[in-house]
Ligand binder design. Structure first.
Ligand code: BG6
Length: 469
């Protein structure tokens, strides 16, 4: 569909940027913080750990001032569960509350709207030692943690995100570092964990509505359109299967409180169905999100599987390997790839926005989108990241086309507001508008440097998306 004239971005559109606690903060064991599963995980050889990251914990004032200079209307960040509850539950760590109080105040001081992710991959290690999400008690610990956040920060935070990319933790948790290496029958265990997380999420949404009637809360999965590798009916069916397993399982549950039928049939066939206790479905059905937040980096393409492929690794968030008899990952000949093998598909972004809105009719916010690249720091503190500008420009254009199609989008928070450590590819894979001067193992001076994309995004925001050049 071609539009003679595009609709403008809504007046109060939330232009911003995103980060997550463990990837940006550093100070991994300071002020009473407990270890998370990420702190205790093994890192791929040649990549840094998350101990210092971008040192945002000590430099947040400078960073927020830079976000304000860019004109951010919103800043999406996550709270480290282990700063609030070093052991996952039990005693509250006052220093942790203090840090996020200061951070939220600083954000608001600059007129920026805080958007808080409650849990972004960094489950407290103390809970993992008791079985993590396999143990139903983690649902209670999460609910208790949510209550504490709502109590302490609910007077200033209007937008809450329950769980970041739950679907990626289930499908690609090994790459991200969230899977307990000691799990027996990991696939089955992961779908039980998934069920517990869905129940926990439903409880958080209900609790938020009860405690903070003016606040809004929603899930934040990674949702992308799935193409069939060809128009062969079997390929189309495979794409349909994968869309149900990767996308709709999560959103159908968050919005309608039911298991998607194709995803459920898949779980039955594989022997992965979770144990559902009496009362669970009621909890799931009674909770409703106010909006859907989602992360989009690229589309995925799959073909029919003949069941004979040798699938022995999981890929990552955007490298789909496949599952014998269900779908087979394919590459899309029409798309270019970034330096890390992720395809680049702005039009797929428009399709994804349309698909989600069409299914759920809830307002949408994009909580991640961006380009991971190896930036070069040139003489005179110049970073010419024209490739990132091009990536974001093309995606923003497609978002505006989706808005012109009638999709309700109220915010765009690309990944990442500032350079931070990638989930499994180190600090050299940069996403930020602001360069952090450090290498994989040399922390240098960690100074902040505005990239070309910083100035470009500033102008996008000040023109409310009208000037993308
Ligand atoms: C998303 C995550 O999967 O993608 C982020 O929510 C992550 O935490 C981002 O950093 C980019 O992925 P990566 O693997 O390049 O860090």
């Amino acid at each position: 569909m071609k539009h003679e004239q595009r609709k403008p971005f809504p007046k109060d559109f939330l232009w911003g940027g995103s980060t997550s606690a463990y990837q940006v903060e550093g100070a991994w064991n300071e002020d009473g913080k407990g270890p998370s599963v990420i702190d205790m995980a093994k890192y791929p050889e040649g990549t840094t750990d998350f101990k210092v990251a971008s040192d945002h914990y000590h430099r947040y004032k400078e960073d927020i001032a830079l976000f304000a200079e860019m004109g951010f209307k919103a800043y999406r960040f996550s709270i480290a569960w282990t700063r609030i509850y070093p052991n996952g539950d039990g005693e509250v760590n006052r220093k942790g509350i203090e840090f996020y109080n200061n951070l939220i105040n600083e954000i608001r001081k600059h007129g920026i709207e805080p958007i808080v992710t409650i849990y972004h991959f960094d489950l407290p290690f103390a809970l993992q030692e008791k079985g993590g999400w396999s143990n139903r008690e983690t649902i209670d610990a999460y609910e208790n943690y949510c209550r504490t956040l709502f109590e302490h920060f609910g007077d200033r935070v209007k937008y809450w995100l329950t769980i970041n990319e739950q679907n990626m933790m289930i499908l690609h948790g090994e790459a991200i570092g969230t899977v307990d290496p000691n799990l027996k029958n990991p696939k089955k265990a992961l779908y039980q964990q998934n069920h517990h997380m869905l129940v926990a999420q439903a409880k958080a949404m209900a609790l938020c509505h009860q405690m903070l009637p003016d606040a809004k809360i929603g899930p934040a999965p990674n949702i992308v359109t799935i193409y069939p590798a060809s128009s062969k009916p079997e390929d189309v069916l495979a794409a349909n299967n994968y869309a149900a397993i990767r996308n709709w399982l999560y959103l159908d549950m968050a919005v309608y409180g039911r298991y998607n039928n194709i995803a459920w049939t898949y779980l039955e066939q594989k022997g992965y169905t979770p144990t559902i206790l009496e009362g669970d479905m009621e909890i799931l059905q009674n909770a409703k999100p106010d909006f859907i937040a989602f992360n989009y980096y690229t589309s995925q393409t799959v073909a029919a599987s003949d069941g004979k492929e040798d699938v022995n690794h999981t890929g990552d968030q955007h490298i789909t390997v496949g599952e014998p008899g269900v779908y087979k990952g394919a590459s899309n000949p029409h798309l270019k790839k970034n330096e890390f093998g992720w395809e680049i598909d702005p039009v797929g972004f428009r399709t994804t926005l349309r698909e989600i809105y069409d299914r759920y009719h809830l307002p949408l916010i994009v909580t991640e989108n961006g380009l991971g690249a190896i930036d070069q720091l040139e003489e005179g503190d110049v970073i010419n990241d024209t490739y990132r500008i091009e990536f974001l420009r093309n995606h923003i254009e497609q978002m505006q086309l989706a808005i012109s199609d009638g999709v309700e989008v109220f915010g765009f928070c690309p990944w990442s507001a500032i350079d931070l450590v990638s989930t499994h590819q180190g600090i050299s894979k940069r996403y930020g508008f602001i360069y952090v001067n450090r290498d994989e193992f040399d922390l240098k001076d960690l100074r902040r440097i505005r990239k070309q994309s910083f100035y470009w995004y500033k102008q996008v925001i000040s023109s409310n998306g009208a000037n993308l050049d």
